[in-house]
Design a protein around this ligand. Structure first.
Ligand code: GLN
Length: 484
């Protein structure tokens, strides 16, 4: 097996035993990028020179036995996290030339672990979308079928992991952007509890929902990555001060007696038949491991998408006010200040971003605020309570991650509502602030991956990972690789 196809644990052993060098691993990773990136288009920036520089440093620490979990592991970073001195575009023309003067907390933590930055991955502009088709630069492709999208908005990260162009990646998830692309690309994607991981240096989309998390080949890698990036950060007041557990220690424990909730509202009409079948089979498998399936109800699920698109667009309209041609990136000249603002924003933002700024500005405008924003906040509380009630009965909740497998490029671009519906199963998890993971659970007849979503209680990523790992160990879906 080539080094670029291995997981963190395997590479850690080879690197620590000095059977391979960090350079060897990077050679395989960039060899793979040279071979397939033209087709997959997962990256906006490939930081090869920087990576080989980081490799020397990591190698020295391995030689002197000062290695840590991620020392020398090539990881890709979604291009909405600030990396000091390295272009960070958020896939927007308005930030086409933005080189951050500071490092995000997540990448700073990865740096402390001596990770290797492979490059910055593609996304929907400002993380708004479900397919990477809203990227201001290019659309990434699904490694399982190049005619299909990889999902979004962290589509570049998921595609890069699936295609073997990195070992692991980080993404961000506001309404499903880690889990949905992970599901569509046949990899693992974990959205931690809101507050578990610092968002300092993450370009803000909807601040009450945004959360950073790992996209990996398997559950143990997700646990390793979460252990590295979680924790309190004085630079993000929404990050909690709880101790970070050693998530890898949660793996391998029995799940006998675990109560898994099956929400009846999630098995709806319109869900793809192959997806439904794969998820039902997966639930049977989890039961065969000793877990007990119980039907639960999340009665306000049907309002989640509507509430999300009010709240997320409102927050975005405010957050994106800072792109004015003065502080960052693109600046168009105009006859006066207002004209300059308008020309810069007209040219710099893409259609979806403009749509959301308009929707959000409208929802927040006086006279409409109570009817839309306040109402959506109230619905959010009901959704949060739904989860709290369900978690009185069960330890985790299991659902499909996405109602369909990967769809064709162009299939949903003319109908934003159809696109919005691809997050119907992930959005309520962000609204409630609870953690969720997507893991591979099968393939459609057309050989496209299907993802299973496991949702946990606030700050109970351990049970989530334990259940996900137990299931994963009893299947081999995560071992399959696309033939590219
Ligand atoms: N697809 C959803 C949206 O377009 C979620 C995006 C995200 O999680 N960043 O808003």
């Amino acid at each position: 097996m080539k080094l670029n196809e291995m997981n963190i644990r395997e590479l850690r052993r080879l690197l620590d035993n000095r059977e391979v060098s960090v350079r060897d691993v990077l050679d395989d990773v960039y060899g793979r990028i040279d071979a397939v990136e033209d087709k997959v288009k997962a990256f906006i920036t490939v930081s090869r020179d920087e990576a080989y520089r980081m490799a020397e440093h990591a190698q020295e620490s391995i030689i002197s036995n000062r290695m840590s979990l991620l020392s020398g592991i090539p990881i890709a970073v979604k291009d909405n996290m600030c990396t000091k001195g390295i272009l960070t575009t958020c896939a927007s023309k308005i930030l086409h030339n933005f080189i951050p003067p500071y490092e995000s907390t997540v990448t700073a933590k990865l740096k402390e672990h001596l990770y290797i930055l492979v490059g910055k991955t593609n996304l929907d502009e400002f993380a708004m979308g479900s397919s990477t088709e809203n990227s201001g630069f290019h659309t990434s492709r699904n490694p399982w079928n190049l005619e299909c999208v990889p999902g979004g908005s962290s589509g570049g990260s998921a595609a890069a992991v699936a295609a073997g162009e990195c070992i692991a990646a980080v993404g961000s998830d506001t309404g499903g952007s880690i889990r949905q692309p992970a599901s569509l690309c046949g990899v693992v994607g974990l959205k931690p509890t809101y507050g578990r991981v610092s968002r300092y240096g993450l370009v803000a989309f909807a601040s009450s929902l945004d959360q950073i998390g790992p996209i990996t080949r398997d559950v143990s890698d997700a646990a390793a990555m979460l252990t590295a990036i979680a924790g309190h950060d004085p630079l993000d007041s929404t990050s909690v001060s709880y101790d970070t557990p050693d998530y890898e220690a949660a793996l391998g424990k029995e799940i006998k007696g675990l109560r898994i909730g099956i929400p009846k509202e999630f098995f709806i009409e319109g869900i793809d038949k192959d997806v439904e079948e794969a998820v039902h089979t997966a639930i049977k498998k989890i039961e065969s491991l000793g877990a007990k399936a119980v039907e639960v109800s999340l009665p306000h699920t049907c309002f989640a998408t509507a509430a999300y698109y009010i709240l997320a667009t409102s927050e975005a309209s405010s957050n994106l006010g800072r792109y004015d041609g003065v502080k960052y990136g693109l600046r168009e000249s105009g006859k006066d200040l207002i004209d300059m603002y308008m020309k810069t924003r007209a040219k710099g933002f893409g259609t979806e971003v403009k749509r959301r700024i308009m929707l959000g500005t409208y929802a927040l405008s006086s006279g409409y605020y109570d009817a839309y924003y306040k109402k959506a906040q109230q619905v959010r509380t009901l959704i949060k309570n739904d989860f709290a009630n369900a978690f009185k009965e069960v330890d985790v909740i299991v659902t499909p991650t996405s109602p369909t497998p990967a769809f064709k490029v162009g299939e949903k671009t003319t109908d934003p509502l159809q696109m919005y519906l691809s997050d119907i199963f992930t959005i309520s998890v962000n609204l409630a602030g609870v953690p969720g993971i997507s893991i591979p659970c099968g393939f459609t007849k057309g050989n496209l991956p299907v993802g299973l979503q496991i949702i946990g209680k606030h700050f109970d990523e351990e049970t989530l990972l334990k259940a996900a790992y137990a299931y994963e160990q009893s299947t081999d879906w995560h071992m399959r690789r696309p033939s590219l």
